[in-house]
Design a protein around this ligand. Sequence first.
Ligand SMILES: [Zn+2]
Length: 114
Amino acid sequence: MGSDPSKETGHGVSFWELFEEDWLNGRHIPLYCHTPGTTNWTTKLPVDTAAVSVDDNMGMSGMATLGFQEDDMVEYMNYVRLGPKAPLEVIMHELGHTMGMYIDEYGSCKDTDI
Ligand SMILES: [Zn+2]
């Protein structure tokens, strides 16, 4: 899912869900950013992966980093965190922030980490 790079900017966006093989049970299981049960970033993903996660304490809200930030030494640097009841417009709003969109039409946007 995503788009080809823009002719004007050369930038494009792609999304994909990663799975790993569960050889014992013969199935594919989702590859999470963290090693299950810990806060340790899994070494199977590049550290500059933008992680999308659900935070049970966030209700209908969300938060995200602004733009793509790159540092090979910092794990989990680009992220979107969403409440379990976040509506589609909140999800799209936060994904927009991670792509560099800063929305300030209704006053300051306080849901973005910069
Ligand atoms: Zn915002």
